[in-house]
Design a protein around this ligand. Structure first.
Ligand SMILES: [Zn+2]
Length: 221
């Protein structure tokens, strides 16, 4: 097998699934202005991810608009059928897939998590809500803290901040003033979790008057 570590059939299936999923998020308003990116894990050793290509309208992707990247998020030789480039954010996708064992990682510029991180920069606490079951946690007596990390253009810095606060029971990360990462065993699982989490964060923003906490590390204002 080449450096792609994936067959043509695997790539085609991944491309179709990613394009279909990206169009769905775009319709939800979560991938505005070409923002956001999705990935699926093609191979574990060596780690290879198929990531949506950078700079394209996410409701117009074809199955060829993906790039195969390595564990650093760099495109592997022959990794794009369409000559596209991966987003710089592919580096964080790869780090998350490596650390968590996820089969799919979703990164969207949806508003509620970013506003919630502004209000609760040390982490967003959720508990006693039925929708937590859709996020893979208990509906009662289970305090869930969604970690928040400061934004950075350096994916190693972001990856280190993610790993430092990683809890295997919490499949999400908010990057302050930027967006949301959610992962799961496949794209469907990741989407279900992202949808439930967005509801939970909107609920918190609309019902909780408190603010508090200092950023876990660094400042961004
Ligand atoms: Zn982003």
């Amino acid at each position: 097998m080449s450096e792609l570590a994936a067959t043509a059939t695997q790539l085609d299936q991944a491309g179709r699934a990613l394009a279909q999923e990206a169009a769905r998020y775009t319709r939800m308003g979560w991938m505005r202005g070409t923002s956001g990116n999705l990935s699926v894990t093609l191979n574990r050793d060596p780690l290879r991810l198929a990531v949506t290509a950078s700079g394209l309208d996410k409701d117009e992707l074809t199955s060829r608009d993906i790039v195969v990247v390595d564990e650093t998020g760099a495109a592997v030789p022959g990794g794009s059928l369409s000559g596209r480039k991966p987003s710089a954010e592919a580096g964080l996708h790869a780090r998350i897939a490596s650390v968590t064992g996820a089969g799919a990682v979703v990164h969207v510029h949806v508003l509620a998590p970013v506003v919630a991180a502004e209000r609760w920069p040390a982490g967003v606490e959720l508990r006693d809500l039925e929708m937590l079951k859709g996020f893979g946690r208990a509906a009662h007596d289970d305090l869930v803290t969604i970690p928040v990390v400061p934004n950075s253009q350096d994916m190693v810095v972001l990856g280190d901040a993610f790993e430092a606060g990683f809890d295997p029971a919490t499949p999400a990360l908010i990057v302050a003033r930027h967006g949301l990462y959610v992962w799961g065993e496949d794209l469907h699982s990741a989407r279900n979790r992202a949808e439930c989490l967005e509801w939970l964060l909107r609920f918190s923003l609309e019902t909780r008057a408190d603010a508090g906490g200092q950023p876990a590390s660094g400042r961004w204002t």
